[in-house]
Design a protein around this ligand. Structure first.
Ligand code: ATP
Ligand code: MG
Length: 264
């Protein structure tokens, strides 16, 4: 399929953040991570949503003996908590039990991320909802923040706070993924989102049932339905980040094929 080899000399630590919950941070992390791997880069995705981790579900990662929680507690090295997905993407899951939270020091995230530098091309850090210490730590520990928002005022207002935190921390904003777009008149348009946030929208991703379907089979949609226009859009985000020349085929299906899909 897609095989473009990108040559990088530096590890880029990119926090995927939003402010608001449920905008699609984990979906973007898993799909963009998978797409970056398809482009031939060495990429790690890391679940820094310590209280409600679910990156492992999105990628079908089985329960794993060591997790990010053990690394943050100083009980394991990051390499011991790295799971290699069959696609080649490396995944650092977080612990799922309440006990995992005990004695975890989220402020160690920065040191943990520093331990990854030099080897991979990209580390995508899936962050928690809200703008508490957990998310702020993740933003501050990264070099850049990729903003994931939805086309409504509450989501974009929270995204703006995230942008401000990233900028105050002296880090870059990679750009914005405008996710779950339905195309309703009541939604904020791309231009409005760009002028509110002061950063370009890399790609609009429509709300599509294929994304939920992919989650139900524990795969990123770029693996589940690689040729689907939603997958093309996630791949286009990865191409933009990795500076790869890639022309996505983002033609949405027409009315008849939408109807056929519904009837199926
Ligand atoms: N483009 C999309 N189309 C349809 N469903 C989507 C899309 N993006 C995300 N979803 C769905 O929305 C739900 C929330 O997505 P996700 O878990 O990625 O959000 P999140 O921002 O990581 O949430 P949290 O703040 O809880 O960590 C999931 O069920 C996911 O499948
Ligand atoms: Mg999430």
């Amino acid at each position: 399929m897609v095989e473009i080899n990108v040559i990088h000399t530096m590890t880029r630590l990119i926090c995927v953040s939003a402010g608001k919950g449920g905008t699609g941070k984990t979906t973007v992390t898993s799909n963009v991570g998978a797409a970056l791997t398809q482009f031939g880069t060495d990429t790690i995705v890391l679940d820094a949503n310590l209280t409600n981790p679910n990156l492992g579900f999105h990628l079908g990662i089985p329960l794993y003996p060591n997790t990010l929680h053990d690394v943050l507690k100083g009980e394991a090295h990051i390499t011991e908590a790295m799971y290699i997905h069959n696609s080649g993407l490396r995944v650092v899951p977080a612990g799922l039990s309440i006990e995992d939270l005990v004695d975890t020091s989220p402020e160690n995230l920065s040191d943990v991320l520093l331990d990854t530098i030099g080897e991979p091309d990209f580390v995508l850090v899936d962050s928690a909802a809200g703008l508490g210490n957990e998310s702020i730590n993740a933003i501050e520990a990264s070099d850049e923040t990729l903003i994931v928002t939805n086309p409504n005022l509450p989501a974009v207002t929270d995204a703006l706070k995230t942008v401000n935190i990233a900028e105050e921390a002296g880090t870059d904003v990679t750009g914005v993924v405008l996710n779950r777009v339905n195309g309703h008149d009541s939604e904020l348009g791309r231009d409005e989102v760009e002028s509110m946030l002061g950063h370009p929208v890399i790609m609009e991703v429509p709300e599509h049932e294929k994304v939920q379907e992919a989650l139900s089979v524990k795969k990123p949609v770029v693996h589940h339905e690689p040729d689907h226009h939603v997958s093309e859009r996630f791949r286009a985000v990865a191409a933009d980040i990795a500076n790869v020349d890639y022309e996505p085929d983002i033609q949405e299906e027409g009315f008849i094929s939408k109807l056929m899909n519904k009837l199926r």
